[in-house]
Design a protein around this ligand. Structure first.
Ligand SMILES: Nc1ncnc2c1ncn2[C@@H]1O[C@H](COP(=O)(O)OP(=O)(O)OP(=O)(O)O)[C@@H](O)[C@H]1O
Length: 499
C-alpha cells in the first residue's frame, strides 16, 4: 500500500436499509413478518432523497468559516456570476437554468476553484515549476448549491478540443451520479463538444475502448474497474477530481478504499474538490489528510434552539391513550385554524409524528398501527418508513408538502435524514432515550427542531407515560425550557395555545 496504508479512517458500520416485505396497507401484518426496526440510516439514500424533495435552492443562513492554506492567495467572494469571468457559454447555461446569482457556498467556493493555477515554488523532476490549481474541502447544508459549484469548476477547466477524460466526479450511488450528470448536461448545454460519460453499473464498455468524452461521472467500483481493469480512463490526464457526498464516500466501508485508490493515482497538479452536506470532525480530519493543501469552507450550522417552540406534555396510560390525546389535539388545532382563517381556507397543519427512537426504536409496527388508526378515523395520513424506495419516500414527502396528506407519520430512519420545512407541529409518541435509558438530548432537539424553522413559531407535544416524567424533566432542565402539562380533555386549555 502507498502512503495511505497507515491511515486509519473513520469507518462506520453503515449498512443499507434492510429490505423487508412491504407491510399491508390495510393494517394487517403478515404473521411471518418480523417486527423490523427502522434503525439504520442510509446516508447515500438520504442524500438522494433530499435532492429529490428539494427542487429549489435552500438559502443558507449560516455564517461562513473559511480556512485557507495559502495565506498569500487572495480569497474573495463574488456577488454575481459575471464577476467570476466565466466562459460566455457557461453564463448562458447558468441563466438558462434560472440561476440569477451565486448561492453562499458558490460565492465562496467558485473564486477559489476557478482561480488561475497558482505558481508553486515546489520543484519536480519533470519541470522546475508547475502550476497547481487550488484544492478545496467544502461543507454546506443540503440544497445550497454545492453540485452546481463543482460542476461549474469542471466545465471551466475542461478543454473541448481534447478528446479524453479530463474531469472525474465520484458519487456514492447510481442515482446520484445520474442526477449530477444531468446538472453537467444542463449547465454545459452551450459548451459545444463537451460531453459526459457515466461510469455506472450497466454501462458496459469493452476493454481498451477509446473514451473520448471529457467528463466522467461514476460510482467508485465502476470507475476503479474502468481505470485499472478495462484501461478506459488514464488517471494521469485527469485535471479535476470531485468527491461528491464526500462524507458518505469516506465514511462508508468500501467506498473510501476505492476512492483513495483512485485519488492516489491522480497527478499532483490535479485539482481535488471534496463537497459534502455534513462532515463529522473525524471525517473532516481524514479528508484534510488525503487532499494536499486544501482550502476549507465550512458553513457553520445555525445553533438549533427551542426558544420559539412551545412544548407541552400529555400524561398517558398507554398507546391507545396517546392516540386519543393526539386526535383531540389535532382536531382542536384544525378547528382553531379554520375558525381563525374561515372555513373557505384550505387549512392543513403539518404534523410530523415522529416515533421517537434510539434504543426504544419504535418499530415499523407501531407506526403502521398509528397510521391505520388515524386513517380509520378519517384523517389524511401518510406513513414513511424504511422499506419504501427513495423515490416512494420523495413522492410521499412531496404530497405532504403539497397538503394532500395532513399528517406524516415517520419512523426514525426517514425522519433523521429528511428536512421538511413548514412543519408546524411535532408530536413525539415516545421520548428519545439512549442505550443507558437516559434522555437523548440531541435527538430530541433535532426532532423538535423540525418545527419552528427560521424563527417561525412551532408547537411540540410529548405523549408520555407517568414513569417517563423524570426523563422529560431532565430534558426540560437540559434545554432550560418550559414544557407545560396539557390535559387533552380540556379543550379550553388547548384553545389558549397561542399558535
Ligand atoms: N445559484 C443558484 N440559483 C438558483 N438556484 C440554484 C443555484 N444553485 C443551485 N440551485 C438549485 O438549487 C437546488 C439545489 O442545488 P444543488 O443540488 O446544487 O444543492 P446541493 O447543495 O448540491 O444539494 P445536496 O446537498 O442535496 O447535494 C437545485 O435545484 C439547483 O438547480
Amino acid at each position: 500500500m502507498g502512503e495511505f496504508s497507515n491511515l486509519v479512517h473513520p469507518r462506520k458500520n453503515l449498512r443499507g436499509i434492510r429490505s423487508t416485505t412491504v407491510p399491508n396497507i390495510d393494517g394487517s401484518l403478515n404473521a411471518e413478518e418480523e417486527d423490523e426496526e427502522d434503525d439504520v440510516v442510509d446516508l447515500a439514500a438520504n442524500s438522494l432523497l433530499n435532492k429529490l424533495i428539494r427542487q429549489s435552492l435552500v438559502e443558507s443562513s449560516h455564517r461562513v468559516e473559511v480556512l485557507q492554506k495559502d495565506p498569500s492567495s487572495p480569497l474573495y467572494s463574488v456577488k454575481t456570476f459575471e464577476e467570476l469571468r466565466l466562459k460566455e457559454e457557461l453564463l448562458k447555461g447558468i441563466y438558462a437554468m434560472g440561476f440569477n446569482r451565486p448561492s453562499k457556498i458558490q460565492e465562496m467556493a467558485l473564486p477559489m476553484m476557478l482561480a488561475h493555477p497558482i505558481l508553486c515554488s515546489v520543484y519536480t523532476q519533470s519541470s522546475p515549476l508547475f502550476h497547481s490549481p487550488q484544492n478545496l474541502i467544502a461543507q454546506s447544508q443540503s440544497g445550497t448549491g454545492k453540485t452546481a459549484a463543482f460542476v461549474l469548476a469542471m466545465l471551466s477547466r475542461v478543454n473541448a478540443l481534447e478528446l479524453f477524460p479530463q474531469c472525474l466526479c465520484l458519487a456514492p450511488t447510481y442515482e446520484l451520479a445520474l442526477q449530477t450528470g444531468r446538472v453537467v448536461e444542463r449547465m454545459g448545454k452551450f459548451c459545444v463538444d463537451v460531453e459526459v460519460m457515466y461510469a455506472i453499473r450497466g454501462n458496459r464498455i469493452p476493454r481498451g475502448t477509446e473514451v473520448t468524452k471529457q467528463i466522467i461521472i461514476g460510482t467508485p467500483g465502476t470507475v476503479l474497474d474502468w481505470c485499472f481493469k478495462r484501461k478506459l480512463i488514464d488517471l494521469t490526464k485527469i485535471r479535476v477530481f470531485v468527491l461528491d457526498e464526500a462524507d458518505v464516500m469516506i465514511d462508508t466501508q468500501g467506498f473510501s478504499d476505492q476512492s483513495i485508490r483512485i485519488q492516489r493515482a491522480l497527478p499532483s497538479e490535479c485539482q481535488m474538490l471534496l463537497f459534502s452536506a455534513t462532515f463529522e470532525d473525524s471525517v473532516w480530519q481524514f479528508a484534510e489528510r488525503i487532499i494536499p493543501d486544501p482550502n476549507v469552507i465550512k458553513l457553520r450550522k445555525e445553533e438549533l434552539t427551542l426558544n420559539n417552540i412551545r412544548q407541552y406534555y400529555v400524561l398517558c396510560e398507554n398507546r391507545k391513550d396517546k392516540y386519543q390525546a393526539l386526535c383531540n389535539i389535532y382536531a382542536k388545532m384544525m378547528l382553531m385554524k379554520q375558525q381563525k382563517w374561515g372555513s373557505y381556507c384550505i387549512v392543513h397543519i403539518k404534523m410530523l409524528i415522529t416515533q421517537l427512537l434510539q434504543r426504544t426504536l419504535v418499530t415499523r409496527r407501531n407506526a403502521k398501527w398509528l397510521t391505520v388508526e388515524m386513517m380509520q378515523d378519517g384523517h389524511q395520513v401518510s406513513l414513511l418508513s424504511g422499506e419504501l424506495t427513495v423515490e416512494q419516500r420523495a413522492s410521499i414527502i412531496q404530497r405532504f408538502r403539497d397538503g394532500k396528506e395532513k399528517v406524516l407519520i415517520t419512523t426514525n430512519v426517514c425522519a433523521r435524514g429528511i428536512d421538511v420545512k413548514q412543519v408546524t407541529i411535532v408530536v413525539n409518541f415516545d421520548l428519545p432515550v439512549n442505550q443507558s435509558e437516559e434522555p437523548d438530548y440531541e435527538t430530541y432537539l433535532h426532532r423538535i427542531g423540525r418545527t419552528g424553522r427560521f424563527g417561525k413559531k412551532g408547537l411540540a407535544f410529548n405523549m408520555i407515560e407517568v414513569d417517563k416524567l423524570p426523563l422529560l424533566m431532565k430534558i426540560q432542565d437540559h434545554f432550560n425550557s418550559n414544557i407545560k402539562q396539557l390535559d387533552p380533555e380540556d379543550l379550553d386549555e388547548i384553545e389558549k395555545i397561542e399558535y
